[in-house]
Write a protein that binds this ligand. Structure first.
Ligand code: FES
Length: 264
């Protein structure tokens, strides 16, 4: 869930009653994984620095108030963590309902269908129906409402950015997890992406508000596309030919991201 800690000092804690010993500085989420417990997550990955924005990974820790995000909370010796209490399950479900309420419901025709972490996590938290509607007048909500059932967006609202020759950017599907922004910075060392706006109107931007990917500092390395948990950043080849069934991790000096391909 989060990058490994390099500390030599070990600490022991329990996750849902299972004892686990990990290096000091390890996140609770990673310690849970070591103990065989997968905490739901959307914004954390094994390689990017934890960001703590999606709030799906909340846990309860004995003796502490509130429900901290397990991806940004470091372990401490003797800690007793509960990842499946009624309280955290309810919070996760509520968080997921909010995401889905602002997301086009075109899964069946979406290029990421079957390879979408939002879809996977909705299932993981037991979401079967959605109780909220996005607020009137919100930018992404308008975009969402303006879609027909095939997922086609009304061009009046935040159109897809097709300017990059290799991938598309569809702001309506963005959950603002920041993984693309962090990948751009941490994997590629480029600072082409930022988050613009707030709340329902926030979205990833390739530089200035009106800028597109082609005219940004983006070098088309693909790190952002690989990091994206939804179909917001999607390879054009996947849209045309479907999800690749093989991928290779390379040490290519240019991008280091690795390549995916579809076998004939
Ligand atoms: Fe921890 Fe998103 S995975 S807040």
């Amino acid at each position: 869930g989060t990058p490994a800690s390099k500390s030599d000092v070990m600490v022991t804690l329990t996750i849902d009653g299972f004892a686990v010993t990990v290096p000091e500085g390890t996140s609770v989420m990673r310690a849970a994984a070591e103990a065989g417990v997968q905490v739901p997550k959307l914004c954390a990955t094994d390689s990017l620095e934890a960001f703590g924005s999606c709030r799906l990974c909340v846990v309860e820790i004995e003796g502490r108030r509130g429900t901290p995000a397990s991806c940004t909370t470091p372990v401490s010796d003797g800690m007793a963590v509960h990842t499946q209490s009624d309280k955290v399950r309810k919070i996760r479900k509520g968080v997921m309902e909010l995401y889905i309420s602002d997301h086009p419901l075109d899964c069946l025709t979406c290029a990421a269908n079957g390879d979408c972490e939002l879809q996977d996590m909705a299932g993981a938290v037991g979401l079967r129906d959605v109780r909220y509607e996005a607020p009137e007048g919100a930018g992404l909500a308008n975009h969402f409402a303006a879609r027909d059932t095939s997922g086609q967006a009304n061009p009046e609202y935040l159109p897809k950015d097709d300017s990059n020759p290799y991938f598309t950017y569809d702001p309506a599907k963005c959950i603002v997890c920041n993984r693309c922004v962090r990948a751009c910075e941490e994997v590629q060392g480029t600072f082409a992406l930022t988050i613009d706006g707030r709340g329902f109107d926030s979205r990833v931007s390739a530089g200035a508000f009106s800028d597109d990917f082609l005219n940004s500092d983006c070098v088309s390395c693909g790190a952002c596309v690989q990091a994206c948990p939804t179909a917001t950043l999607q390879e054009k080849s996947v849209i045309e030919m479907g999800t690749p069934d093989r991928s290779v991790v390379t040490t290519c000096a240019y991008c280091g991201v690795g390549c995916s391909f579809k076998a004939e």
